[in-house]
Ligand binder design. Sequence first.
Ligand code: ATP
Length: 234
Amino acid sequence: MLKLDDIVTHYGNIQALKGISIEVKQGEIVTIIGANGAGKTTTLKTICGLISPTSGKVYFQNKDITGKATSDIVEAGIAMVPEGRRVFPRMTVLENLQLGAYLNKNRQEVKNYLEEVFTLFPILKNRKKQIAGTLSGGEQQMLAIGRALMAKPKLLLLDEPSMGLAPKIVANIFDIITEINKEGTTILLVEQNARMALSIANKGFVIETGKIVLQDTAENLLKNEEVKKAYLGE
Ligand code: ATP
């Protein structure tokens, strides 16, 4: 479904990605784990057109989407939940969700998607008139995920959904990610919390200073001695 072929991405003179190749198949949950600054966010930004790679290609459903405008990429079926949630703090929950569907002119469809999001996150329904900036961190993460789902993506990119949240809330969010996947959305999840990410993923990639250094099934990565030492705190 998604293929990155030897992606190199720069910020000015800094080479943040040094030839990343990954593949995500339809229906999978795939995770990219790695330390702070390894290039996880840059990988997601390159996929969704927020940064153009210097070289390499991004294919989505066998089409070359390298360097296309983000709005075209969203329309093709990719939505991203950014790091740090980035909800619009002064807007209501409902307004935030509606913005996620801004490309969709079919009002009935938008209404249906909204109901689907409310089924997944009943708390957002209860708080639809609340100003987003006053939600708790976990609720804002739910809103950020809900907003991305309003675009009805085929592939959902999640950038560190566990960041800054209590373990119980992280577990709740990860249950919901699994549920979203079961309902048919393919997931690419970037995480520093390797244990949580690998516990729900089918396969994983380990990224270090802009390069993939290891890839395997999530099950094998959880058993891998180097992964245990470097990323699982064992
Ligand atoms: P984090 O978990 O901190 O987001 P990450 O794995 O997502 O880490 P990236 O944010 O992709 O890492 O950063 C990869 C490299 O690119 C780092 O060396 C970082 O300092 C650099 N970098 C990221 N954004 C910029 C930018 N806007 N300008 C210059 N360098 C950047």
